[in-house]
Design a protein around this ligand. Structure first.
Ligand SMILES: C[S@@+](CC[C@H](N)C(=O)[O-])C[C@H]1O[C@@H](n2cnc3c(N)ncnc32)[C@H](O)[C@@H]1O
Length: 289
């Protein structure tokens, strides 16, 4: 399994402006890549993740710094409650490095990858009730079309939805390859990107309620941080980036904050070469007045 390479690591650390003894929240701790750096620079970290596997990996990596961090299994939509319960209010900075980690997509059992045969699941939080297979096998054609258009910008959304509905009538979709093969059959692929990329992205966003969680978390993060504190967000698709951009613009307009990145920071050519997963990353930063 590939080790997860933290995206825009130097850039996010620079903007978090770590102060020795400062308190930070890593809302998406993953395997602890960003958190490790914050600890190395003398900060203390409250780390959240909705996936118990992420927290296990983070714990293994971080235990050399006892007393300097706290890890909690939680959705960042509940950021305010977790911060209160752990007495971690008024942090100096909050980091969101959204989406999924390499060890999650590489594990076929999670059903996130069209390249690996596994159950059509896609839940990052194993306690969530609805899987990708549930959506694919039960949503009406119109709703599937909308989902592929809105969350995946899939140009053949209507066709894919129609064929799914036709095929599931004879046999429900159970594996990642069932779905990836159907999408592949519908396209003459000339692009470098796998034809099922957009359909899989759309389903993952829906299953994990990625946009709803982000909408819920940003105002909470803003309430929590101290004056002069910063929110740093790394997004990986346009739906997420739009939410962050609009929230940051609104806060600046209302005179409550200043955007430190008018245009998003993107990875260098070098980083994209070393880590192709970083190619769609965008980093934005807001400083509370
Ligand atoms: C890109 S990885 C983070 C990698 C980490 N920054 C590093 O450098 O190792 C994203 C992590 O966020 C978690 N995650 C995604 N959405 C979440 C949410 N709504 N609440 C909590 N954790 C979430 C995922 O489970 C995953 O572990």
């Amino acid at each position: 399994m590939n080790e997860h390479k933290s995206v825009l690591l130097e850039e996010s650390l620079h903007f978090l402006d770590i102060k020795p003894g400062g308190r930070y929240i890593d809302a998406t701790v993953g395997a602890g890549g960003h958190t490790t750096k914050i600890l190395e620079e003398g900060g203390e970290v409250l780390g959240l993740d909705q996936d118990p596997t992420s927290l296990d990996l983070a714990e293994r990596r971080l235990h050399a710094c006892p007393g300097k961090y706290r890890l909690v299994l939680a959705n960042f939509g509940k950021l305010d409650a977790v911060a209160r319960e752990t007495s971690w209010d008024q942090p100096d900075g909050i980091l969101f490095d959204l989406g999924f980690a390499s060890f999650q997509i590489d594990n076929p059992e999670r059903g996130l990858s069209f390249l690996r045969e596994g159950p059509l699941d896609m839940r990052l939080d194993p306690d969530l009730g609805v899987t990708a297979a549930d959506l694919v096998n039960s949503l009406p054609e119109k709703e599937l079309t909308k989902l592929f258009q809105e969350y995946g910008q899939e140009p053949r959304a209507r066709l894919v939805a129609r064929r799914i509905v036709e095929e599931r009538g004879t046999k429900p979709f159970t594996t990642t390859t069932d779905l990836a093969d159907l999408v592949k059959r519908l396209t003459c692929n000339v692009s470098r990107i796998h034809p099922a990329t957009r359909v899989f992205q759309a389903l993952r966003i829906a299953v994990n309620m990625e946009l709803e969680n982000l909408e819920e978390a940003l105002p909470k993060a803003f309430e929590l941080i101290k004056s002069g504190g910063r929110i740093v967000v790394i997004t990986f698709h346009s739906g997420e980036d739009r939410i962050v951009k609009h929230f940051f613009e609104r806060k600046e307009k209302e005179g409550e904050a200043k955007r430190l990145t008018k245009k998003p920071v993107v990875p260098s050519v070098e980083e994209v070469k070393n880590n192709p997963r970083s190619r769609s990353a965008k980093l934005r930063v807001l400083e509370k007045s």
